[in-house]
Ligand binder design. Sequence first.
Ligand code: SF4
Length: 429
Amino acid sequence: MTSKIEKQTFCRVCEPSCGLIATLEEGAITALKPDRDHPVTRGFACHKGLSVLDIHQDPDRLNWPLVRQGATLKQTSWQEAAVAVGDRIKALQATYGDQAIGVYTGNPLAFNSTAGPAIGSFVSAIGSRRNFSSGTQDCSNKFAASEAVFGSSTIHPIPDIAHTDFLLILGANPRVSHMSFVSIADPIAELRAAKQRGARLVFVDPRLNESVSGLGELLQIKPDTDTYLLAAMVHHCFSHGLIDTAVTARYAEGLDFLKAFAADYSAQKVASVVGLTVDAIEKIASEFAAADRAAVYMSTGVNMGRQGALAYWLLYMLSFITGNLGRQGGNKYAQGFYPAAKAGATRGQAPSFEDSPYGPVRKIRGSLPGNLMADMILNDPNPIRGLVVISGNPLLSIGNSQLMKAALEKLEFLVVIDIYPSATSEYAD
Ligand code: SF4
C-alpha cells in the first residue's frame, strides 16, 4: 500500500509566501494546491507558485555542480566543487587582495530566510566589500528613502486598501506584476473589492496599463516625471491650506524645509514637465487631501527612474501632511511577525558615501549599485577578478549587456549558484 499524505507548506517565490498544500507519495511531492485554510492567503496561489512542482521535477534542473572542462560543463561532486571554489577564491585573494572578489546576489534570496544570514557570513568571511545585489536595480530608492524618513530601510507603510476611500498608485501595474513591498497575496481581488466598496483608484502612469481597465482611472503623465507631480501636489496642499495641522503640529519636524522645497514646484511650473494641465494637477491634489481616508503606493516604474528616492520621500510626505500616514485607510506600518524595522535600522547614522573612481558611492542595505559591477571588473584600478553570482543573472538583468559580457569574459574566475543554467553561467568556470 502506498503512503499518501498532505502537508502544509508555503511558496518561496515572492513576498506573500502563499500557503500551499503539498501531496507526498512515498516521500516524494506529487501535487501542490493552494491552502484554503491559510489564515492570510486563504486559498490564493498564483501560477508561479503552483508551477514550482514542475521546476522541482524538471529533468533540466541542476541537481549537482558542473565544472568547466574546455567548452563544456561536466558534472562533479559537491565536495569537489566546494573545495575548488574555495581554492580559487583564496588564490585570487592571496595574489590581489580581498577586494579582488565580488559577490552578486539576485532577487530570490529576498524570500529565503536562511540564505540572507548564510550569504552575509560568506561575504564577511571572504572580507570583500564588493557586494552587489539586484535590489539596487529596482528598489534601493525605497530602502534609502525609508532610512531617511523612518530611520530604517525596512519600514514601508503599506496602503490600507481594505479601508481606503482614495488610492493613488504611481508606476505600478498590479494585474501584471503583483504589488511589491505590500505582501498582499491577491492585490487585484483587494483592489476590486475596494472599488466595489466605492473607493476611487487613480493610476499615475505614462501608459494605459493593464490594471487601469475595470479598476480605476488614469492620470497619464510623461515618463519619469512622478517626482514633479508629487512635489506639486505637496505644494498645492501647503498653498491651499489642505494640511492636517493637528497631525503636523504633533508629529512634524522640519515642516518648513518640506514647504520650502515644494515651493519651487507649483502646478504652473511643472505642468509642461509632467504633461498635465495645471487644473488636473491641482484637482488631484485637492481631491486626495479632501478624501476621508487616502492611501498612496508606488512601484517599479518610479523606483527605476532618475529620482526614485526623492519620489518615495514625497509620497510619504503627501500622506503625512494630509493626515493619512499611520491610520486606517491611509498607509500603515505593522510590526509583523519579526522585528523588520530593527533589522534595517540606521540607529541615527547618516548615510556615508565613499569616494570612488565613479563618484561618491554609498551602499544600500550592504549592497553596491549593480550597475557599477562591470566597471569595477573592467576599469577599476583594483579590479574584481573573481565573481560569485548567487540566484542572479546580471548579464540579462543589468543594463548594457555588452559591457557586462565584456566584464564576465575578463574575469579570471566566475562561479554561478542557481537551479538552472543561465546566460551568466555561460561564462562560469
Ligand atoms: S503570489 Fe504567487 S509567487 Fe507569490 S508567494 Fe503567492 S503563489 Fe508564490
